[in-house]
Design a binder for this molecule. Sequence first.
Ligand SMILES: [Zn+2]
Length: 372
Amino acid sequence: MGAIARRVAKGLAAWLVHYSGLRGAMRSIQRRRSGGRRIAIVSYHRVVEDFEGELRRSIPGLLVSKETFRRHLEEAHAAGYRFATIDQALEALAGTGLGNKDLFVVTFDDGYRDAYLHAVPVLERMGVPAIFYLSTGLVGTGRRLDHDRLYHLARLVRARRLRPLYAAMPAPAAALIEPVLSGRSSISAALDRFISEHPAREMGEVVVALEAQLGGGQGLLPEQGELLSWEEARRMAARGFQLGAHTSEHVVLTHEPRERVDAEIAASKEAIERETGHRVQHFAYCNGWYSDEVVRSLVRQGFRSAVTTEDLPNVVGGDPFALRRGVLWENFSLGMLGDYSPSLTACQLDGIFGMLGLRPAVIGRRPPRRST
Ligand SMILES: [Zn+2]
């Protein structure tokens, strides 16, 4: 199905489900299928004041406006969910939690400063708990995440109509830039594909090579995408928000050798514990990808849970190291006419499109490496 057809189908389904009374019935089916209660975990990245402005320079799928974020929370509350911590969700999944209410867990990945600035006040006002998963090597450094740097550099290459000298760059650079310059692919799509195929070292090499092609100097590091400081992280922890680990250098662990897997997990846990004095037991997989080897390393290092980006319902008795989580952003709530749609948001939060087969599930578990 094409993107527009899918949007119309979703809009119609949302309208029908929302206004026909089907929702109650679908929720009961979902509760039965999940073992008695629904446990929704959602993920955000950046929360911004000026969505349209940020959209012009940032990876779209990482953005949500402060206003839409607040509406998502209101919609979840109206849908009967109780806001919960990741620990409460784990108890519910283990079947030891109190009550049988549907739970809704809010999470943030990467440690963007704008999430601290704009989401925390909304969360506090509404009394909603949340966990922030930090890529600790970048916290408080002024550095930017490689995905933000590559997005920015690809935009510059396109805007300056540069013809990159592929021969002078590492081989993977062409895989990122060529589809963008030829118009075959959006920068986001090319970047997604690139991240799913190349280890952290190659990403770093492409950043360096593209910067050289662009002549070096100021303006090559994106202004946007700033991460928070340790002082801000401490302030959040003091106000009751939880901090979780998300590797040190934002590394997709399934691409890396075992020593790097262990080191990335250890470094991010230690940094948060050292800087805030709070114990870290929860992890978020970069790109949502994991393997048995990664899970074993987390268990060895004292973690109790890890979240994926598998947009599927959690089921009582499910694996705490493969927690399923929906990634939300601004356009997640756009209806048929391209404006904010409460019925669509409600259906999305209810996972109704997955039930109807209108949304393909993304599976994060990766096969074991053939050689080590
Ligand atoms: Zn991330």
